[in-house]
Write a protein that binds this ligand. Sequence first.
Ligand SMILES: [Zn+2]
Length: 431
Amino acid sequence: MAGRAKYRVLPGYALLCAAALLCSDVTRVLAAEDPTPGPVAVSNFPIASDVRLAGDAKQTRFVLDLDKSIQFRAFALADPYRVVVDLPQISFKLGAGAGTAGRGLIKAFRYGLVMPGGSRIVFDLTGPAKIAKSYVLEAANGQPPRLVLELEEVDRTSFVQALAAESRPELRPAIADANTAVPAEASTAPKPAAAPDPRPVVVIDPGHGGIDNGTQASGTMEKELVLGFGLALRDRIEKSGKYRVVMTRTDDTFIPLADRVKVARNQSAALFVSIHADALPRREGDAQGATIYTLSDKASDAEAERLAEAENKADAIGGVNLTEEPTEVADILIDLAQRETRTFSNRFARLLMGEMKTNVRMHKHPLKSAGFKVLKAPDVPSVLIELGYVSNKGDLEHLVSENWRSRTVGSMAQAIDAFFAKRLATAGTAN
Ligand SMILES: [Zn+2]
């Protein structure tokens, strides 16, 4: 567990290796006008260049072409049935849409960075299966090195037995590049004594990341949009000097939901703002505009419920074994102790709407609530903002526009100022 804590709570500094590359990607996506790929950053990460699936519903084979041999670890997870392959950091150069169509036992798969130095592939299975064989073939006969995974159908009982027999998997990939691993002292050594910073802490939480792309449309991924937005919001509110801003992630890394909540708690945050973008399935028509969500036991409407369900799936998407997660945070009930926090959350949500509606197109029901796991820090007023719908043409144009972003960030900064001005005034007159 100590090993976990090391990289999990360090969105700020452990991520330099990937940040330069990925942030330039984000900027490029947000600029959006230039469809040509940007300059290729020089890295010596192994490159995955192609992928193939073969077989049927009894036996399915997965083959990944690489440019060099690698080490890896593969394991299965239940509920839902998945197979996870942890790898050193890989530069994936697979065709667009790779992994969306499955075959045999593999329903679909996704891949990406889960931590600096570590990539992961997560397979969604059609049913229980075992990893019959997994190996790396060295280059031979003009073929590149290949990672091969052979899955075989099993019944649930043998699947569960195999899981129990395995050593429990951790999120941390077993194989991390030694050059990018964080030295133990870096995180465990006591920090040099510094004057305590009395400013309120605002945590900005760009949703998704790494292997979890969030929603996407026309090649624009939610995780990139909201990271760009979050960084712009940070820059804006830091400029005033009135707040200390902490990001849950500053690059394309996967962060489990409970860890985002932990950042808010550990930092004794005074405000937690989670940033997302939504999408509506085509058959459900069109929706547009920004929506502000707070936490509630019962969703305010069906759409809020659908959304919370989708956002709460982030851990399953990233391949976190939820049964391994400490449940304290995920299962916190919304009890009386949280009433005051909820009052503050609702107050901030209303302030935010007041500021945003003059500058930003809002959803027709802009204030909603549902059971979002990421909003469950007990003492931290928390809201989740869906900036708009990537499935809506007009919203998507806004979301990738520098001008729109700047206006929206400005409204949010105003609302944050108003919130703290009022809180301080209230604190001054209380008791
Ligand atoms: Zn999201």
